[in-house]
Design a binder for this molecule. Structure first.
Ligand code: ARG
Length: 432
């Protein structure tokens, strides 16, 4: 039994080990059979500071149950990928203290990080209740990622007045920073408390969730303030759109792409059953959009090309109030963590407020964003390409920038931080 699972476990371990070995420039083949091969893989991967015998004892313990492969990977990955928070905070004593269901649940939460060593976060909640159920683990992950001390609760606050850095007239006017006709977007992630989170949904759940939301969208469609339509990708759905229409919506940044291309989402189970239960509501003026069935049940956003960040921020605030009053729109919320999202990186506000700006000097005309990333990091900003997460900068150095903070920060502070961040970034671009 032990030998059989050891052989099974040795394969991925060896893969990981050879990555590290290759990185060290000392490539050599590892015999990936039996406990000896496994120990060798572990030794090569971890640098062999401790006696080999100790390692094989530890590994043997992890190999004693069905989760052997995953656990052995976690063990080895701790040294290989110290920035992967799902791995960093995975505690074997805590795992062993859980019952069989709990053990399975914990591994599901950490799965994307276990399968993708290069994850910065690696964890995704599978149920809204996971943040309580696995608090011992996830609280450490959350506090580490967001740099917020244990026990500090998240407070929701959209009120701009009194926020440090807000211009005296309360207007976040981008033309004052020398920017004209800027693409602005504010989104929040929200999940319905009545459903599992996307990583744990089956096809029927996804379809049911979409149909629950359809009732809410029908109310918005009849409201002259919103109007528009709901577009579904679900085959046979009453609101199903053609493939051509879908492509047009993706091009217009209204609809999201097939998430299977995102290895992190795919391994978390979030991209499964595509395109069932996926769609988006678009208002008549196309400025208010709700994605259904992406990383969170709902990604609710306002977009506009213009000059006042307040326009998208205020509109989203009003639209969220409307949505929360609609039938069945009860959003998952935690007393301590604020709005519940699949990924702990989005927890709290679930908010990403961004603009598209051209920074050709800092990005070498879009060819290399490493300098821009370093500068933005100092300013508390994240940079991505205009095609979404993990995409490259556009021609002329156009990038999407947003404040990185989501948790234990007020919504009003995020939008103000975006304004102040753009101001500083443009100054850096000028002097670059
Ligand atoms: N799971 C990926 C990682 O850990 C992405 C995390 C942040 N992005 C997101 N879309 N939730 O690196």
């Amino acid at each position: 039994m032990f030998i059989r699972s050891a052989i099974r476990a040795a394969r991925p371990l060896t893969r990981l080990a050879s990555q590290k070995v290759a990185r060290n420039g000392a490539r050599f083949a590892l015999a990936a059979t039996g406990a000896a091969g496994l120990t060798m893989a572990a030794t090569a991967a971890t640098g062999c500071e401790e006696p080999v015998a100790y390692k094989s004892e530890v590994l043997k313990k992890f190999l004693a149950d069905d989760a052997a492969e995953a656990l052995a990977r976690v063990y080895i990955m701790k040294k290989l990928f110290p920035d992967n928070l799902a791995i960093k905070h995975f505690d074997f004593d805590y795992y062993n203290s859980l019952d069989a269901e709990g053990k399975k649940g914990l591994l599901m939460v950490a799965r994307s990080g276990i399968e993708n060593g290069d994850s910065g976060m690696g964890a995704y909640a599978m149920q809204p209740s996971d943040y309580d159920r696995f608090k011992t683990y996830l609280d450490a992950v959350i506090r580490d990622y967001h740099g917020v001390p244990a026990g500090q609760p998240h407070v929701t606050d959209w009120n701009l007045s009194g926020v440090a850095g807000l211009p005296a007239d309360g207007k976040l006017d981008l033309t004052k920073l020398g920017l004209e006709n800027i693409s602005m977007r504010v989104r929040v992630g929200r999940n319905l408390s009545a459903f599992p989170l996307p990583g744990a949904m089956d096809k029927a759940d996804r379809i049911k969730m979409e149909n629950t939301m359809l009732k809410a969208f029908n109310v918005l469609v009849k409201d002259p303030k919103y109007g528009g339509e709901y577009c579904s990708l679900t085959p046979g759905h009453s609101n199903e759109i053609s493939g051509q229409r879908y492509n047009e919506l993706v091009k217009a940044h209204i609809m999201f792409k097939d998430m299977a291309a995102d290895k992190y989402l795919a391994t978390a189970g979030i991209a499964s059953d595509w395109p069932y239960g996926r769609g988006c509501y678009v208002s008549a003026d196309k400025g208010f959009i709700v994605w259904v069935g992406e990383e969170d049940h709902l990604r609710i956003m306002c977009m506009k090309k213009g000059k006042y960040l307040n326009d998208v921020f205020d509109r989203l605030r009003g639209a969220l109030d409307t949505m929360e009053s609609l039938p069945n729109c009860k959003f998952a919320h935690s007393e301590e963590y604020g709005y519940v999202t699949s990924c702990p990186t989005n927890l709290g506000t679930g908010m990403r407020a961004s603009v598209h700006v051209a920074i050709p000097k800092l990005t070498k005309n879009g060819a290399d964003v490493s300098e821009a990333k370093a500068v933005c990091k100092q300013l508390g900003l994240s940079v991505r390409g205009v095609g979404g997460e993990h995409t490259a900068a556009g021609v002329g150095g156009i990038v999407d920038i947003s404040p990185s903070a989501r948790f234990c920060i007020k919504e009003a502070e995020i939008i103000t931080a975006l304004y102040k961040g753009i101001e500083k970034l443009m100054a850096k671009e000028k002097s670059a």
